[in-house]
Ligand binder design. Structure first.
Ligand SMILES: [Zn+2]
Ligand SMILES: [Zn+2]
Length: 361
């Protein structure tokens, strides 16, 4: 009996030690779910030693867990493998190595790859593949047809990266788009925002994507509003791979880039509404009401007044409640604070109108 007890205690201690090891601690990224949708934080572009990355595939899963991501895709280059002498070509192997580790951690891991051609046409990712191998062909359209035959979601990466014709929408892109083979674009790649790609997504109905394209190990301990990977927030019907794919095809995304959120008003407006809670008013005097505005998200909301109610400028810092003193004529009346959220971009560098309703008495 006592022996058993001792065994149990030491097992418990071991388990506790394992659970507390810093590498295993996860810090969640906070963006609220939307009505009927689960908000998934996703990075669909990263590399391992199987192409030009510097880490083993499982390390990417550990990083995703630690940094609070919900879904990642390993997207090693098909056509560029500088470590080939040490790590032989095996396109499906990065996914196979990482899959079990992702399952253990509840990280969604669609199989992915990066189609890597000189500009034009440039680089593209395909995710939700069954196998990368059939995409390893010379003809670009055959590669895209193979990806689409597997019901993969495809997007154009860092369109302004390299080559004389970089940053141009050319005939080949029109062909891919018109034949329904191309579904999205990176509006953000790492630390770079592409206003032209942003506009093309709006004009051509392409899904907006933001990714890290990380090659080095990620040494970050947590994702914060000040320091985080560029990621895509995806509004899925549930936390599953099929629902994630459906949401991407339906364009239900917002890109989190620095302290800016980029997306369609259709998704930014409910995200703002779900993130901001009104507490109070705490006090109503003859000339003022005092109210708390809580921001439950991980982005600071930077607001510029449009109407004549409330402070001229207002920043609701991430994860905090801000006390706001509002000058009023009638302290008992309901109030509407009309602002432009200057860091919620519904078009290139164009903020979004928001309203916050303060209840009357
Ligand atoms: Zn690339
Ligand atoms: Zn890449």
């Amino acid at each position: 009996m006592q022996r058993n007890l001792q065994f149990s205690l030491s097992t418990l201690l071991l388990a506790a030690t394992a659970a507390l090891a810093p590498a295993q601690a996860r810090r969640e990224i906070c963006f609220p779910d939307l009505p009927g949708r689960v908000t998934l934080v996703c990075d669909f572009h990263m590399h391992s030693v199987f192409s030009d990355g510097q880490v083993w595939p499982t390390v990417r899963v550990d990083e995703a867990w630690r940094l609070g991501l919900d879904a990642i895709a390993l997207t090693d280059h098909i056509e560029y493998q500088p470590h080939r002498d040490d790590v032989p070509t095996n396109h499906d192997r990065p996914y196979a190595l990482a899959r079990e580790r992702a399952l253990q951690r509840g990280i969604l891991l669609p199989m992915g790859t990066e189609i890597t051609r000189d500009t034009p046409p440039g680089h593209f990712n395909a995710i939700f593949l069954d196998s990368v191998v059939p995409l390893d062909t010379k003809d670009l359209f055959t590669t895209f047809e193979q990806a689409n035959a597997q019901r993969a979601f495809t997007f154009w990466n860092h369109h302004d990266w390299k080559g004389e014709q970089r940053g141009s929408w050319l005939e080949v892109h029109t062909q891919l788009h018109e034949r329904g083979l191309l579904h999205g674009m990176e509006v953000v790649n790492g630390s770079v925002y592409y206003p032209r790609a942003h506009q093309w997504c709006l004009d051509k109905g392409l899904t907006m994507i933001g990714n890290s394209d990380i090659h080095e190990p990620d040494r970050g301990e947590a994702s914060t509003s000040a320091a985080h990977r560029s990621v895509t927030l995806v509004f899925a019907e549930e936390r599953s791979l099929p629902a994630l794919r459906d949401a991407l095809f339906a364009g239900r995304t917002v890109v989190w880039f620095g302290n800016t959120l980029i997306g369609k008003r259709e998704w930014l407006a409910p995200l703002f509404a779900a993130s901001v809670r009104v507490d109070g008013p705490y006090l109503r005097t003859d000339k003022h009401v005092f109210v708390g505005l809580e921001n439950t998200s991980d982005v600071d909301f930077v607001l510029a007044r449009e109407g004549n109610v409330g402070p001229a400028a207002l920043t609701l810092a991430a994860g905090t409640k801000t006390l706001v003193k509002i000058a009023v004529k009638d302290p008992k009346a309901a109030l509407t604070l009309a602002y432009t959220a200057t860091n919620l971009w519904i078009a290139p560098q164009q903020g979004m109108a928001v309203q916050i309703e303060i209840p009357g008495q």
